[in-house]
Design a protein. Structure first.
Length: 165
């Protein structure tokens, strides 16, 4: 006898089977002695549990208990989460860092022709007095150097690579 058969015997005892399955299990019970013993043990266990189950009677109504549960849930939902205290230096530096980042972004947007890193590039000449033209010098290696020229007015970037030998 396998565990599926045992579970079906228990479901048969609890009237949880479809009529067709119930007929199959009843036929198996009439022909198999081990299944009859299992069915008898399960029925006796069910009766012992039913006979010895304590009767609990509540003095208050069901609605009274549900109203208490609802009130407690409402107070839990309204209670704010406890905030963790942050150190003073974080509370002071966070707004300052945000302000500095906003200022840097504003400066980059308001003056797009200015170099972002100090010492590299910078205004070389003014084309028609309106927008600056930029040149940057970078040392890529000991053997090659480069000069970059940008004209924002003309939308041109020229890069010169020179051999140092």
């Amino acid at each position: 006898m396998n565990s599926d058969t045992q579970l079906k015997i228990q479901a048969y005892l609890d009237n949880e089977l479809s009529p067709g399955e119930a007929r199959k299990i009843a036929a198996m019970l009439s022909s198999d002695r081990d299944l009859q013993e299992l069915y008898g043990e399960l029925r006796a266990t069910k009766e012992v549990i039913r006979a010895n189950e304590p009767e609990l009677k509540v003095s208050d109504s069901r609605e009274f208990y549900w109203s208490q549960i609802q009130r407690r849930l409402a107070t839990v939902e309204r209670a704010p989460e406890p905030k963790m205290a942050r150190p003073l230096w974080i509370r002071l530096l966070a707004p300052l860092a945000g302000t500095a980042a906003l200022f840097a972004l504003l400066m980059a947007v308001m003056n797009p022709g200015a170099p972002l890193s100090p010492g590299i590039g910078g205004p070389v000449a003014k084309a028609d007095g309106n927008r600056p033209m930029h040149g940057e010098v970078q040392d890529l290696s000991d053997e090659v150097s480069s000069v970059t020229f940008r004209s924002e007015e003309n939308g041109v970037t020229v890069v010169w690579l020179t051999d140092r030998q």
